[in-house]
Design a protein around this ligand. Structure first.
Ligand code: PMP
Length: 302
């Protein structure tokens, strides 16, 4: 990831959900505020949690254009000039929307929840104040969370803050203030080594682009049967929600696909429908198999 020298990498427990609280607790002092962008389920959860600790301004919210979900362009955002940071979710795992651009927030640091897109492509870490991500998508198994934090954002916090929720204590102790989730951390090490053997981020990005393109193309070419309702400019590289035009066929689709060995295609319980999550560990042949199945299913039931 070419992480610059003025960043620390922490390996902490608690998942991305703990970061929803740790970010405002560590960055916001009394009477300070932050801007958040609401693009779906995960940014909304981050907003809800942050509101417990500070004044949160929701500067923009996803909307529909021609029936398709879009991320609002920056000229529609209502950022506040005194925000301490701007938080957004570059890839919304459940909604399947993704930022294809990095917002311009001037000197105000960007804090991003990269849980479902970290290590899926090369990225310029220096653009961000804090990047956080749970391990269970592209870095191994649940239990450990990676936080890449610019050093100037690691500061003393009030004494009421639980010790384990202080970036400074965790950074000073190299993520070993208490016993870390050792097995999850170990697995992440194996995944990092595996990723290097694949050819690193540039190579995995090529593969990920091919995987996503195949699936989106197939869905778009078979709109009489399947559909994805995200605007093409905001479609996730990783999480591809789709539905069947004949909604009542969804359960049959899921049952038959599971029988064919294609599991975990059920959309998140909050979204319904279907979703294919093409994390780094999903090989291109897995997508080919899915397309074959989708094709047969559409022929049979179309
Ligand atoms: N943010 C995003 C974007 C996610 O995809 C998830 C998990 N699906 C979370 C936060 C919550 O992560 P955790 O369960 O590790 O707390």
């Amino acid at each position: 990831m070419n992480i610059p020298k003025n960043y620390q990498v922490l390996f902490l427990p608690g998942g991305a959900t703990a970061q929803f609280a740790m970010v405002p607790i560590n960055l916001l002092e009394t009477n300070q505020n932050a801007d958040y962008i609401d693009t779906g389920v995960w940014s909304q959860k981050a907003i809800l949690e942050a509101k417990r600790y500070g004044t949160i301004n929701v500067a923009a919210t996803s909307e529909k254009k021609d029936g398709l979900t879009v991320i609002p362009p920056q000229d529609k955002w209502k950022l506040t000039s005194d925000a301490v940071y701007v938080h957004y979710t570059p890839n919304e795992t459940i909604d399947g929307v993704e930022f294809k651009w990095i917002p311009d927030t001037g000197d105000i640091p960007k804090v991003v929840d990269m849980s479902s897109m970290i290590l899926s492509r090369p990225m310029d870490v220096s653009q961000f104040g804090i990047i956080y991500a749970g391990a269970q998508k592209n870095m191994g198994q649940a239990g450990i969370t990676v936080i890449i934090v610019r050093e100037d954002l690691i500061k003393e916090v009030p004494s009421w803050v639980p010790t384990l929720y202080q970036y400074k204590i965790e950074a000073d102790n190299h993520s070993f203030y208490n016993t870390p989730p050792t097995f999850s951390w170990y697995i992440s090490g194996l995944v990092f080594a595996w990723l290097k053997r694949q050819g690193g981020l540039a190579k995995i990005y090529e593969i990920n682009q091919r995987k996503a393109k195949k699936l989106y193309n197939y869905i778009d070419e078979h709109q009489g049967f399947y559909k994805n309702s995200i605007h093409p400019d905001c479609r996730s590289l990783t999480n591809i929600p789709f539905s069947l035009q004949k909604d009542k066929l969804t359960d049959t689709f899921l049952a038959e696909s599971a029988k064919a060995g294609l599991t975990n295609l059920k959309g998140h319980r909050l979204a319904g429908g279907c979703r294919a999550s093409l994390y780094n560990a999903m090989p291109e042949e897995g997508v080919d198999k899915l397309l074959e199945f989708m094709h047969d299913f559409a022929r049979k039931h179309g």
